[in-house]
Design a protein around this ligand. Structure first.
Ligand SMILES: [Zn+2]
Length: 291
């Protein structure tokens, strides 16, 4: 799967899990700020498994730091599409995020600052910004990522509680996305079981568990295929919807309104509008094509 597509899937997944707006799962509800920043962090985490080779988009996102990180990750995980594309890789990345969250610095003026979580998100937000082209030039990634991380670290330190959840979810979304393409992933790395000969000779089966020990459900075909784009388009709209609702709710709350009540009222009005339009459409059909 392409980098930008991974990022968009990550943002959509976070909206589904963290938002409580209609059409979301709300399994891990966060504040509107958590939905917004989490979407960026999760989008970045959905790119992180590709930090295992040094010329990926992510390696160029926050140079030179991103390049150092990619070199180290590539060495530890055994090269591209190896360790980081496995269940162990997802667990390791989640563990790193959890550990980063434990690094705090006590200050007199601002209390405990979540410096570790802030630094990790600088990198992840820069990954997302680069892949989604939120920043035009490479060096613009630095100010965007630093400003966002610093803002949350100072303004809402408890917000970072969700960091390991967003990182784990993003990494899992990446591995699932690559699993839908032909190449598949070494899900059980470092154990890479090879299928028996009869399995390799059977059509379909040899694609699900390949001779290289990779697993796949290759419904999307090759990376960047039209099927991949067809899957990502509605997910992009969904991510935009969820983050849009978070901006509106966050804005209303900041202005002193009961955001939940306002959104409910809008929602009822929208439903009535859709109901009305459906009735008008049905009547129109009857007139145009009676019987
Ligand atoms: Zn990948």
């Amino acid at each position: 799967m392409k980098g930008a597509h991974h990022a968009l899937c990550g943002a959509a997944a976070w909206v589904a899990v963290a938002s409580t707006a209609p059409w979301t799962l709300g399994w891990y509800p966060t504040s509107p700020l958590g939905v917004l920043t989490g979407a960026l962090v999760c989008a970045g985490a959905a790119l992180a498994p590709d930090a295992d080779h040094h010329d990926a988009t992510v390696a160029n996102s926050l140079r030179p730091v991103s390049q150092w990180v990619c070199d180290v990750v590539g060495k530890v995980s055994g090269g591209h599409r190896n360790g980081t594309h496995s269940l162990l890789g997802i667990a390791a990345l989640t563990g790193v995020a959890w550990a980063a969250g434990q690094v705090t610095v006590a200050t007199e003026a601002l209390g405990d600052l979540a410096v570790g979580a802030g630094l990790m998100s600088v990198l992840l937000v820069a990954f997302a910004a680069q892949a989604l082209r939120l920043t035009r030039r490479r060096r613009d990634s630095w100010p965007l990522a630093l400003a966002l991380a610093a803002f949350i670290t100072v303004a809402a330190p408890t917000e970072w509680d969700w960091l390991p959840v967003a990182v784990g979810l993003g990494a899992a979304v990446h591995v699932a996305g690559d699993m839908l393409t032909d190449a598949g992933v070494p899900l059980l790395w470092p154990w890479e079981p090879r299928p028996p000969r009869w399995w390799r000779r059977t059509p379909v089966l040899d694609e699900v568990w390949s001779r290289g020990g990779h697993f796949a459900v290759p419904v999307l075909g090759t990376t960047g295929s039209w099927r991949e784009r067809a899957l990502v388009a509605p997910l992009t709209a969904y991510a935009a919807y969820g983050t849009g609702v978070a901006v509106v709710v966050g804005g209303l709350t900041a202005l002193g309104y009961d955001a939940g009540a306002v959104v409910d009222r809008w929602w009822d009005a929208a439903e009535e509008l859709v109901g009305g339009a459906t009735a008008v459409g049905a009547v129109a059909l009857q007139v145009v094509a009676p019987g």
